[in-house]
Design a protein around this ligand. Structure first.
Ligand code: ZN
Length: 208
């Protein structure tokens, strides 16, 4: 599999970019890696990069975007932070990745058994982590279906919050970045949410 060029990148639609991610995760799950020479890709990308996707995922060691979507060098702008939360700098990175570098899709990817979400559900406070986990609180407040045991021990509650956190992040991207909102309105990009299952390796895409 070759690295994307300016031509292959510009011929992609947002729907095709989503399809590439789906196919890549399918290969990953079936242990069918695309034939890719990473060292050759170093050469191919030395003079410039034409990635097709921007992915915001968790720092979790099991959720490396390039691996779970079977992509190579020069394919993905990978933004990683605990709990795949959003802040101004991340939004700035997304604006660079879409408006300037022309990636076709933004994927916000949460995952099962996320320590950051569990921590937020347990209202953990520790150093600088306190402020980060606070950013997950709106998703906890949006979870209204669980009455009892609204804590990190309740896997169903945690999973609901994880999904709501992805949707909340997408809502914030749209509300807080007129640049990205405009690109989406013009049909130049798509913003989608997904959930990665650390037990199966499968990414399920959310309706957003
Ligand atoms: Zn996580």
């Amino acid at each position: 599999m070759r690295t994307h060029s300016k031509e292959t990148q510009s011929s992609l639609t947002p729907a095709m970019a989503l399809e590439i991610l789906k196919e890549g995760n399918e290969r990953f799950m079936n242990n069918l890696k695309a034939n890719r020479n990473l060292l050759q890709q170093v050469n191919e990308t030395a003079a410039g990069q034409f990635p097709f996707a921007t992915i915001l995922s968790c720092i979790d060691s099991r959720t490396s975007a390039e691996l779970i979507f079977d992509q190579g060098l020069g394919d993905i702008f990978s933004i990683r932070i605990a709990g795949n939360i959003l802040n101004e700098d991340i939004l700035g990175s997304m604006e660079f990745a879409t408006k300037i570098m022309k990636t076709k899709i933004i994927l916000v990817l949460g995952h099962s058994r996320c320590g950051a979400i569990v921590g937020a559900c347990n209202h953990v406070e520790m150093g600088n982590l306190t402020g980060l986990l606070k950013k997950i609180e709106p998703a906890i407040n949006k979870e209204t279906s669980t009455q009892n045991n609204r804590s990190g021990d309740n896997i169903e509650f945690v999973n609901n919050v994880t999904e709501l956190n992805v949707l909340h992040t997408i809502e914030r991207i749209r509300n807080e970045s007129p640049i990205i909102m405009e690109l989406e309105k013009e049909g130049l990009i798509k913003i989608v949410g997904g959930m990665y299952n650390v037990e199966s390796g499968k990414v399920s895409f959310l309706a957003s």
